[in-house]
Design a binder for this molecule. Structure first.
Ligand code: NZQ
Ligand code: ZN
Length: 395
């Protein structure tokens, strides 16, 4: 177990009928709010009206900034910053999924400085202040509702970069599982895949093997992500399924799983962000393609770690068939990767570049794009050859 400081300042208000407290929670942080949201889902679902009524009752003035896209764009963030400065907003409210929350976080950080917000993402400037952010989560996936991260795509340079700072934690996040009843099957699955990836990044890249507390927590989160996703695909209005998936996705990337693991990385995300930057692939769909490929590459370095995950995930009869009298980590690692890949296919999340209509000949271009983020994230071991090798295992 490595030394760590675990300090997550986000207040979570979880459960049915929690959305109406968005007004009072926001009024405690500011008087003029910028409401950030996506394309149309919050208006179709009636959530927009609920939020606006609550804000009006609390006496909060609202400036809207809708139109955040999946894989949110820097231009839209810059427009939001200009509007926030002009209107002198003093609090941000994000009603949506990770793309909307990250847009709000970037506006919160960018609207209190004179330089371009992108400088934060390329390490040229550090954050010294940020407006408070309140979120109403509408999609169980990214975990942005309870973490300090944000991911934005610079469409000019085709870079999708992530950046984190402790001032970016939302002050309050409202998580009402009923709000996710309207999430379609594809994004329900992509969200579960993203949560599984957030856990696997830490599970596989920690250099401290003696961390059973975190390992059992992470194995449990993966089991829950799978089981609750399947419940939601059977019945989109299964409150328990939606509640378990929502809390699993939040816990998968709020710092708890990583506490005590020491140095960890996001190599699978580093590669996936290139797919989303270049082809606008939904984040989770990109991850279900990259994860099996990365694991196949990683199996040659640490089959035992993947086999350990297999002992937590695979059915007993499969374990007995493979294990037999003596341990066979390589065989078990192989079956674990197959198990994950088969589950991604089962929930209709793609598992090959071909399923994403990405031609194999694009691999060098994708690797070059991923390399840019590898440098910013200091993933120094990932050379162009290694990234190409991993991508070749995803075709
Ligand atoms: O735009 P609208 O109309 O709202 O539709 C959205 C969007 O099309 C729809 N949706 C959201 N809530 C819904 C709903 N549809 C029906 N009912 C609802 N209740 O779902 C689509 C996807 O939304 P999006 O916010 O893009 O999905 P997600 O939450 O998966 O966020 C993905 C973004 O999060 C970033 C990713 O890179 C990607 O840009 N991430 C952020 C992280 C962080 N801040 O810590 C970490 C993650 O690894 C991830 O990188
Ligand atoms: Zn992710």
């Amino acid at each position: 177990m490595q030394n760590f400081v675990f300090h997550n300042p986000t207040k979570i208000i979880f459960g049915r009928k929690t959305v109406p407290s968005v007004g009072s929670e926001t009024a405690a942080l500011g008087q003029k709010a910028m409401l950030v949201y996506g394309q149309s889902s919050i208006k179709t679902s009636g959530l927009y009206e609920q939020v606006m009524n609550s804000l009006a009752e609390a006496g909060v003035t609202v400036v809207e900034h809708g139109g955040a896209r999946s894989n949110p764009l820097l231009d839209h963030v810059r427009q939001g910053i200009a509007k926030a400065k002009q209107e002198k907003v003093d609090v941000l409210i994000a009603v949506g999924g990770g793309s909307v929350i990250d847009t709000a976080k970037a506006i919160a950080a960018g609207s209190v400085v004179e330089h371009d917000v992108w400088k934060f993402f390329i390490g040229k400037k550090s954050i010294k202040a940020a407006l408070p952010v309140v979120t109403v989560l509408t999609l169980a996936a990214a975990g942005s509702e309870m973490n300090s991260g944000m991911v934005i795509t610079n469409q000019e340079t085709q870079e999708k970069f992530g950046f984190g700072h402790r001032l970016l934690y939302p002050k309050v996040s409202l998580l009402d599982p009923e709000v996710t009843f309207t999430v379609p099957p594809d994004y329900t699955a992509y969200g579960a895949v993203d949560a599984i990836a957030h856990v696997l990044e830490f599970y596989m890249t920690t250099e401290d093997a003696d961390t059973p507390v975190q390992a059992r927590l992470m194995e449990g989160l993966i089991q829950n992500a799978m089981a609750s996703c399947e419940r939601c695909l059977v019945d989109p209005r299964d409150y328990g399924g939606r509640a378990n998936l929502m809390w699993t996705a939040t816990l998968a990337l709020n710092g708890l799983t990583g506490a005590g693991l020491g140095r960890v990385g996001f190599p699978m995300h580093m590669i996936e962000h290139a797919l989303s930057a270049l082809y606008d692939v939904p984040h989770g769909a990109g991850l279900s393609v990259v994860m099996p490929g990365w694991l196949q590459w990683y199996k040659e370095q640490d089959a035992a770690r993947i086999a350990q995950l297999g002992r937590a995930l695979l059915p007993l009869n499969t374990l007995e068939e493979i294990q037999g009298p003596q341990r066979n980590d390589l065989a078990l690692a192989e079956r674990t990767i197959d198990f994950l890949r088969a589950w991604f296919s089962k929930v209709n999340s793609p598992v090959t570049l071909a399923e994403l209509d990405i031609p194999t000949e694009d691999i060098p271009r994708i690797a070059d794009n991923a390399l840019g983020l590898a440098k910013v994230w200091r993933l120094d071991q990932y050379t162009p050859e290694i990234i190409r090798d991993i991508l070749q295992r995803c075709v």
